[in-house]
Design a protein around this ligand. Structure first.
Ligand code: FES
Length: 569
């Protein structure tokens, strides 16, 4: 069984991940609006200035300026941290490109930040488009070229970040052609707007030098000491940048020396290869250093799950998954012996079996489990809505669909709130699984609680739909437990985590017995015993199950809410 992650400990990687995302999103909003503002240069300088005056209220004054600068600095420091925390700089080309562009942004954008935000606040004026474009197009064309390159780098880094974040979302593939078009067209138009105004200012300057006096007026009138401070600020920031980069590289070197002296682990791969790596290095990093291709669609951020590996019994020796990893594993309903190679840092020898090929794509990110089935004790639940045929005769197909969908939404919610997993749709009902994580006692208790939650939800649904229905909806539930084969099943494009085996067939039969026993829940005696629930005050039956030798002892429970379920540890 996979060790549980501690809910109380703050998972620094989860915090880092969300800070990176949110700071990146704030910067992206600023950049997109800024580029849209540039495009207005194709109309006129006045149009550009008009939009800028609104935007500068957001970004130049508090609290917007603090938010933007805070997001920028945070994003930069997180990039440095990411550079430090990687054990290897071997990585796929796209990942290396994104990191390199991210690091280049800081020195390139410094002059822009100091010349606008810095100059504006230190000297005391509001930088206009006329001032900025004159400074970098007319006064210093080399700087203009450098800033144009910076714009492309910022845009490229931002688009890559957004792409690698969004491509795991289901809707993204539909929208990606449109978004790609925007990603190409917007910076081109923005640069054209900038060039047009630059040339216009150049012509004005050739006619009269008054424009220069006007745009640089605040500098000319400013105290020389303030201007000197501004230049000093720029130089100091460059020096700080250099020191930080060197510090990260030195820290990486020291950490490597330390790790090499303090324990190694042996990583055996199912094809017979074996590697040695220092403790604290992730499985993915170890594979990358050895040049062994391994799927990692999100670049090791714990989002895509394509790096998933089967670790077998050694799961007990590993540290529990952190919040990020646990969330991803839960999403794909991974088996208990599955971990993410990018998040797992072994401290003992380990054998792994990659579960997806190195060529896995973003589509594979949502594949359930990703491995062949396993045999496991599990609690199964079948539910069925009663009288759906009659409902179909009384109502229009659209109304029937509406009612059924409401019913299934309530049942799915009851499953989810009691740690159950929706396994499959069965026409008028559905099948749920409890105990995928391997705790059969909790599974049986949760299944009984799930049945009680379903009855409560059905009553509320009936109250809500009383004007739509001639008579209230009724349902039957069957719950049983035993060994089943569980795993990802179905065609490759639509796999689902489900179960097969005798226990599944028996549970389906128990559910149908609820009509015969005139009750809402048919609970197998086995489940009641495992759960530690006393159901002896409910009618007991020995249910004959078609196609099976021997009967199954059950209780016919009319209201599962009457059962007293012990709390699970
Ligand atoms: S590489 Fe994406 S989750 Fe590990």
């Amino acid at each position: 069984m996979r060790p549980k992650s501690s809910p109380k400990r703050i998972d620094l990687r989860a915090v880092e991940k969300s800070l990176r995302l949110w700071s990146g999103l704030i910067i992206s909003i600023f950049v997109i609006l800024h580029l849209i503002n540039h495009t207005l240069g194709l109309i006129s300088l006045e149009a550009m200035e008009g939009m800028r005056s609104y935007l500068s209220v957001i970004w130049f004054d508090l609290p917007g300026a603090a938010l933007l600068m805070g997001a920028f600095l945070l994003h930069f420091f997180l990039s440095l941290f990411s550079l430090y925390s990687r054990s290897t700089l071997r990585m796929p080309l796209w990942e290396g490109t994104q990191i390199t562009l991210g690091v280049l942004i800081f020195p390139l954008i410094l002059v822009h930040i100091v010349g606008t935000q810095g100059a504006g606040h230190i000297i005391g004026f509001r930088p206009t488009y006329e001032y900025v474009i004159f400074a970098i197009w007319v006064s210093n064309p080399i700087l203009g070229l450098q800033q144009s390159i910076m714009l492309v780098i910022v845009w490229g880094h931002m688009c890559m970040g957004l792409h690698y974040w969004l491509r795991l979302k289901n809707w993204y593939s539909r929208w990606s052609p449109f978004l790609l078009g925007c990603a190409v067209v917007l910076p081109v138009i923005a640069l054209l707007g900038f060039v047009r105004i630059g040339r216009e200012l150049d012509r004005s300057h050739a006619r009269s030098s008054k424009i220069q006096e006007r745009v640089f007026g605040p500098f000319i009138k400013a105290e020389p000491e303030l201007v000197a401070n501004l230049y000093a600020l720029e130089n100091n920031l460059y020096a700080i940048f250099g020191v930080l980069i060197v510090s990260v590289l030195v820290a990486r070197f020291i950490r490597r020396l330390y790790r090499n002296r303090h324990g190694v682990y042996r990583l055996s791969i199912h094809d017979g290869r074996s590697l040695t790596a220092p403790e604290g290095q992730t499985i993915l990093e170890t594979l990358r250093i050895a040049g062994i291709p391994h799927a990692s669609v999100c670049g090791g951020r714990g989002r895509c799950t394509t790096c998933r590996v089967h670790v077998g019994e050694a799961i007990k020796e590993l540290h529990p998954p952190g919040e990020v990893e646990q969330k991803a594993l839960t999403r794909i309903r991974a088996e208990t012996e599955v971990r993410l190679a990018c998040q797992t840092r072994p401290h003992k020898d380990l054998s792994i079996k990659p579960l997806l090929p190195p060529s896995a794509t973003a589509r594979d990110a949502n594949k359930v489990g990703g491995i062949q089935g396993r045999e496991q004790k599990i609690a199964i639940m079948f539910i069925d809505i009663r009288g759906s045929t009659k409902l179909g005769e009384e109502k229009l197909p659209y109304d029937v669909l509406f009612v059924l969908n409401q019913f299934f939404a309530e049942m799915a919610a009851a499953l989810a709130e009691t740690s159950g997993h929706y396994a499959q749709f069965t026409g008028d009902g559905l099948m749920g699984l409890y105990g995928i994580d391997g705790n059969i006692v909790k599974a049986c208790r949760d299944a009984i609680l799930g049945a009680a939650a379903m009855i409560s939800r059905l009553e509320k649904l009936n109250a809500r739909l009383k004007n739509e229905l001639k008579e209230p909806l009724h349902m039957g539930i069957g719950v049983h437990a035993g060994e089943a084969i569980v795993g990802a099943m179905g065609p490759p494009s639509a796999q689902n985590f489900s179960a097969i085996g005798d226990v599944v067939n028996v549970t389906a039969r128990l559910e149908s017995k609820s009509k015969e026993y005139k009750c809402r829940l048919v609970l197998s005696k086995a489940v009641a015993e495992i759960a530690g629930v006393d159901a002896s005050n409910h009618p007991a039956h020995s249910a004959d199950v078609r196609g099976r030798d021997g009967n199954v002892d059950v209780f016919a429970v009319d209201d599962p809410r009457d059962l007293v379920v012990p709390a699970s540890a």
